[in-house]
Design a protein around this ligand. Structure first.
Ligand code: FO1
Length: 333
């Protein structure tokens, strides 16, 4: 966003960039406030082929969360799930390290069949969202396969082998996104980021290295975000230097990046206009070289999610107003 480019403040559309469980919590809060004015751009770097099925874990987590079908304890998969398929698979000596519930299986079977017919992932997910009664747009970052690979001293691991089977125990020395060089941002994502009434772009508190970086690595994505006439606000996934859930802080340490909100700001430097940090990190706000808002970012209840979403949108509005009030670049003072 640049001050002279900003033309619309107030009601309008919002794009959220999101990974799985943690990010989906804020996406739900935004959805409660915005309904059909929300588009969620979801990481597909975690996608993989398993038992002949096309699995899109983060997309499905967002689908289940926004349609109130997600298991609240696990954060992924469906609530009131049964595991007959997994039990039968185990009996036959099949791989059970990645748990596929009976209800969840329906999405994977339908998605696999539709992809085999040549349908795009974007269209398939739009159809799932419609059937689940979700008014927001849920947009895979790309219709081309991009696969996150975690580099460890023992060798490279496909993302789910590292994350689920290996429980994030291996040391991470690098992360790469296979297929990214020949991939494109999906058409619905381009349309969402070019919407003339775009009000804010929110980077959810997902793992910056594993969940947001694949989105940002998709060719053309960063240019679209920087060209958007709306403020870009990130919510730190760290609270007091620790991740609420998942390996964010561990990975930062392994990658020789301090697990601090300052390092999060540096990671997103040049892309974001403001950072939302937790009260526990308030002492670091003076060290940040960009506008910062201090909130309670732990989202335990649905009220927390809606409250934080409202605060993020208020912060984005404030940034937009300040940018509009700022003299055009190059004007004499
Ligand atoms: N996460 C796990 O920790 N263990 C699982 O067995 C597992 C199965 C699974 C099945 C479908 C799905 O949509 C997600 C699933 N997840 C599982 C979550 C997922 O692998 C990760 O949370 C994300 O990829 C990281 O964002």
């Amino acid at each position: 966003m640049s001050g002279d480019a900003l033309s619309h403040i107030g009601p309008g559309r919002v794009v959220a960039l999101c990974g799985g469980v943690g990010g989906a919590k804020l996406a739900l809060g935004l959805y409660r406030l915005l309904g059909e004015d929300l588009s969620v751009v979801v990481n597909t770097g975690d996608d993989f082929e398993h038992l002949g099925l096309a699995i899109s874990p983060d997309v499905d987590t967002v689908l289940y969360t926004l349609s109130e079908r997600a298991d609240k304890e696990r954060g992924w998969g469906r609530e009131a799930e049964s595991w007959n398929f997994l039990g039968a698979l185990s009996e036959l000596g099949g791989e059970t390290w990645f748990q596929l519930g009976d209800k969840d299986l329906a999405l994977h079977v339908l998605r696999s069949a539709a992809l085999a017919r040549g349908e795009s992932l974007s269209d398939i997910v739009a159809s799932f969202a419609q059937h689940f009664g979700i008014k927001a747009k849920i947009l895979p970052m790309s219709d081309d396969p991009i696969r996150t690979v975690v580099e460890t001293p023992e060798g490279n691991l496909p993302f789910q082998r590292y994350f689920v089977e290996g429980r994030c125990e291996e040391e991470v020395i690098g992360v790469r996104f296979d297929g990214v060089d020949t991939a494109c941002v999906s058409k619905p994502v381009i349309a969402a980021l070019k919407a003339p009434d775009l009000r804010a772009i929110v980077i959810c508190p997902s793992n910056p290295f594993l969940s947001i970086d694949p989105i940002l690595a998709t060719p053309g994505m960063q240019h679209l975000i920087r060209s958007a006439k709306a403020p870009v606000v990130a919510v730190s996934p760290l609270i007091g230097g620790a991740a609420v859930k998942g390996p964010t802080a561990k990975i930062m340490t392994e990658l020789k990046v301090p697990a601090t909100v300052q390092a999060i700001a540096v990671h997103y430097r040049g892309l974001i206009d403001g950072l939302v940090i937790d009260q526990a990190d308030a002492a670091q706000r003076e060290d940040l070289e960009l506008p910062c808002s201090v909130s309670h970012t732990l989202m335990t209840t649905e009220e927390d999610r809606v409250r934080l979403a409202g605060e993020v949108l208020d912060f984005a509005n404030k940034l937009a107003l300040e940018a509009e009030a700022a003299p055009p670049r190059g004007a004499a003072s």
